[in-house]
Design a protein around this ligand. Structure first.
Ligand SMILES: [Zn+2]
Length: 338
């Protein structure tokens, strides 16, 4: 149990305590950086809670009962997992209340209200909770307000600030911390995702505590581009036109699908976020202020990528704003009043 989900023992303990005292909430919002195991954690929790042999509080599924077998086969009747379809920028309402032909006869809200097949719980996991639209959040509102008996809803996002207030205020937030570098390297090696110790360690150092990021760092093309980008960001003057051109070319190389290109742009902006966060920590005063402005530009651009804004425009604006943030860095500090 919890094999392969390293680094989150404190969260397992928290759930054991909640179960022991009978205080399991009906809706949890898991938050933390992408690629640190929140989804796998949610699935393991569901497996344990659905097991008909082991007591809930132990959180150790037996692995042999009918429930555990169906879970392993990926078709457990009391588990529902939904997430953002690849071609969408927001969770569509049909996932919650069914399509036009089957309104309120299909979808997560309908299924979670059915009687549990095994008589215990119905569990629903909503991945990509950062991408609720106001209509899709409204569809879920009644389920959140009056959860059916035995229902457990787990929403998975990256940060509470990215959730709509209607969702956030009705959920119990569970924070997942980034993994430490040793854990990332260990996971890469144990799962065969890393080829050797040296490569795994290097990828872990650049991972920001995320397995997903570490995997990206094992891709030589991304590693090369990251070095090139950091050189540009460290240069005394940032040539925004040249930078925009090279970012655009590298984004286009990601593939024909817009989703592939968007994902690559997210990764590239993520490299810059990492760089400016480090600058912010390392410097004080004017240089730190400049890093904060650059970081704001990165975060706004990431939001625009998620909103499916025109990628050419996002890249151009982003590079211009980075150049502007840098220019102001070299201006003399303001004189403080005497
Ligand atoms: Zn079992």
């Amino acid at each position: 149990m919890w094999r392969g989900i390293l680094g989150h023992d404190d969260v397992v303990d928290r759930f054991r305590q909640a179960l022991a005292s009978g205080r399991l909430a009906s809706t949890y919002l898991f938050v933390g950086p992408a690629g640190i195991g929140k989804r796998r954690f949610a699935l393991e929790l569901a497996r344990a809670l659905l097991c008909t042999e082991a007591a809930d509080v132990v959180l150790e599924p037996c692995g042999r009962c009918e429930s555990c077998r169906l879970f392993a086969a990926g078709n457990h009747p009391d588990l529902d997992v939904i997430g953002l379809p690849p071609d969408k920028s927001a969770l569509p309402i049909s996932l919650f209340i069914g399509d036009d032909q089957h309104r309120n006869q299909e979808g997560l809200c309908h299924r979670i209200a059915l009687k549990p097949f095994f008589g215990g719980r119905k569990i629903a996991i909503v991945d990509d909770a950062d991408h609720f639209s106001i209509p899709s959040a409204n569809c879920l509102l009644k389920t959140l307000e009056e959860p059916p008996p035995g229902a457990l809803l787990i929403l998975i996002g990256t940060s509470p600030s990215r959730q709509l207030p209607t969702i956030r205020s009705r959920s119990q937030v569970v924070r997942f911390a980034p993994l430490d570098q040793d854990t990332v390297a260990r996971v890469l090696l144990e799962t065969g995702l890393g080829t050797d110790r040296e490569q795994a360690t290097r990828a872990a150092e650049l991972s920001d505590g995320s397995i997903e990021r570490a995997l990206q760092m094992t891709d030589p093309a991304l590693g090369d581009f990251r070095r090139q980008l950091l050189n540009e960001l460290n240069a005394p003057v940032l040539e925004s036109v040249r930078l925009a051109r090279s970012v655009q070319a590298f984004v286009d190389e990601a593939g024909k699908e817009p989703a592939q290109r968007r994902n690559r742009l997210r990764i590239i902006i993520g490299f810059a976020v990492e760089h400016f966060r480090a600058e912010m920590r390392a410097f004080s005063d004017v240089a730190a202020e400049s890093a904060v402005r650059a970081l704001d530009a990165c975060l706004a651009s990431l939001e625009n990528v998620d909103r499916n804004a025109n990628m050419g425009m996002v890249i151009q604006n982003w590079c211009e704003e980075l150049a502007a943030a840098k220019t102001r860095k070299s201006s003399p500090p303001r004189l403080s009043p005497v």
